[in-house]
Design a protein around this ligand. Sequence first.
Ligand code: SF4
Length: 220
Amino acid sequence: MENTITGINKADQKHNYHLDSESIIDAIPNGEKPKMLMHVCCGPCFCFPLTYICPHFELTIYYNNSNIYPKEEYDRRLDELKKVVEYAKRDYGYDIKLIVTPYEYTSYIKDLRPYSDEPEGFVRCQTCYRKRMSEAYDYAEANGFDYFCTVMTISRHKNAQILNRIGAELEKQHKYTKYFYSDFKKDDGQEKGRLLRIQYDLYNQDYCGCEFSIRTKKGE
Ligand code: SF4
């Protein structure tokens, strides 16, 4: 069955992208730390990936999330993310650079509005994933990052197969930056992230981001 814009079928659903992450990390030559740009949507989702990625990569994170409504919520999620960056320095000694792009909800939401009535996970959301990942990937390529990754595979509400398929397509459209395949939920990643969120007492939003997701509040 193929009911998504990325054409995921049942065979694809079986792929374990976490094993791909492990293979990429295993292939890094001793003593090297490639530069990675990671698209990050909020502090809670970033907690586990930072502990997984930072030992192996020089990490810069990219907060381009004009999907979030209203602006106060966007600012609140950004503030929580800044706290996590500080805690990563304090608790692990990691220096993580944060890049924030301008908030442009009105123009961003135009492409999603035709699908406003859809449940989460279908064309509206896949369009939303692709828009943000594509924008961030372009930045990574233009600024010499070795790898690009998205934190979104940690979310139990987002299909890692679809996200990684989009990542693979974007990789083909870029010459230099490689896509880092991931499924941060696997190998207890989601639970480890949950415990870090509690330890750091982070605000945990109860809807995904856009105005259409507010009506189905359920936690991210
Ligand atoms: S529910 Fe989330 S992923 Fe889907 S369109 Fe809204 S903000 Fe984007």
